[in-house]
Design a protein around this ligand. Structure first.
Ligand SMILES: [Zn+2]
Ligand SMILES: [Zn+2]
Length: 385
């Protein structure tokens, strides 16, 4: 599979979900094995389907864009791209991060999660270590500009005293009596379907077929110790809340000389008091005065990249929205930036001095309006002088 998923569907790299679905339906009609004469139709159909599945899943697509086609396909084969079912143990680090006061000060302990699932390998081949997960919280400004953050984690590392073997070097060994050196045990179970034979990794020797007379006292035979690590994480501009970054070879140690797993960092982007994010677009409210709304004015508007000027035309209504093109969030690995939508709010004064009151009354009169002025309003104002 050398063809990139975007090429398979014939869409651009920033195609939206609708475009992808549409392109997929077209390909599906073309290559459906029941209708096509193309001898490779079935394969092409499957490719298109896979491409659609990945590109219409936000998280998968982001991972795909990040990893590139070949690495993604390779990882997909091993199930490493499946971020869907996060076990309770897997997000332990994320919870730990959220609970602290400072977003970055906490040490995220992802050591325990290493022991959470599954038995050890049942083959004697080197095995890559498990992927570990943690969380990192950043603010919207950091997501806008991109940032390098320090991440502190407590994670498993290969025991230095036994090189991960679980026993001191040179310890005497003999064949495992439990499995007779096969590394596997067989159990027979009676079920309504008849007798079922099940093979399991031997618990005594953990599949090695060999037991040792002594266990390593540093790691108590696990081959693994706790390590406090400080990592520098490069967070790309435009990252969205909940997206996961992958740091290669920063996960759990491999077995039998296998490479380390990866460290998956789920980034949460904190809400901002002044900007609301909607994908790559930002929404912002800006107060203007009644005269500004009536006569029009050039106002200063905050963006995440400093102040810009916005021309408010005469006769602007409260709640009207103006679009500042390209002033939104950068899009991850795309060229175009989102937009900033500025909604103006005409502020009604809640106090007036005498001069302002007279002017406003004259304004109302000139418009033929009879306003029954609430005395309470002016009592309140007088008392404040
Ligand atoms: Zn055994
Ligand atoms: Zn050890």
């Amino acid at each position: 599979m050398s063809e990139d998923f975007y090429e398979v569907l014939g869409v651009s790299r920033d195609a939206n979900e609708d475009e992808i679905q549409q392109a997929y339906r077209k390909k599906a009609r073309e290559y459906h094995p029941d209708v096509s004469d193309d001898p490779n139709a079935e394969e092409k159909f499957k490719k298109a389907k896979k491409a659609k599945e990945v590109l219409t899943d936000e998280e998968q697509r982001q991972m795909y864009d990040q990893m590139g086609h070949d690495r993604y396909v390779e990882a997909d084969k091993h199930g490493a791209t499946d971020n869907g079912g996060r076990g309770a143990g897997g997000v332990g680090g994320v919870g730990g991060m959220g609970g602290g006061q400072g977003p970055f000060g906490d040490m995220s302990d992802i050591f325990e999660t290493f022991f959470g699932g599954g038995g050890r390998g049942d083959s004697n081949r080197p095995r890559q270590g498990r992927d570990l997960r943690t969380g990192l919280r950043i603010d919207l400004e950091d997501a806008y500009h991109g940032v390098e953050k320090e991440l502190n984690v407590t994670r498993p590392d290969t025991c230095p005293d036994c090189n991960g073997e679980g026993h001191p070097p040179g310890t005497d060994s003999h064949q495992c009596p439990e499995c007779n050196g096969r590394g596997q045990t067989t159990t027979v179970q009676r079920t309504p379907m008849g007798r079922v034979q099940q093979r399991q990794t031997c618990r005594r020797c953990e599949g090695d077929g060999t037991v040792y007379d002594e266990t390593c006292s540093t790691c108590r035979g696990d081959g693994v110790v706790r390590e406090d690590a400080s990592l520098s994480v490069e967070i790309p501009a435009g990252i969205e809340d909940g997206q996961t970054l992958r740091m290669e070879r920063e996960g759990a140690p491999g077995e039998r000389g296998g490479p380390k797993g990866d460290l998956l960092i789920e980034v949460s982007v904190a809400a901002h008091p002044d900007f609301e994010r909607d994908g790559a677009d930002l929404h912002h409210q800006e107060p203007i005065s009644f005269p500004q709304a009536v006569f029009g004015d050039t106002i200063e508007v905050s963006t995440l990249d400093g102040k810009v000027e916005l021309d408010v035309p005469s006769g602007t209504q409260s709640g009207e929205t103006f679009r500042l093109s390209g002033k939104g969030m950068p899009r991850l690995r795309r060229r175009s930036d989102g937009d900033l939508y500025v909604q103006v709010q005409v502020v009604t004064p809640d106090s007036l001095d005498e001069e302002q009151r007279d002017a406003l009354e004259a304004f109302a009169e000139a418009g033929g309006e009879e306003v029954d002025v609430d005395q309470g309003f002016f009592e309140k104002i007088k008392s404040s002088f």
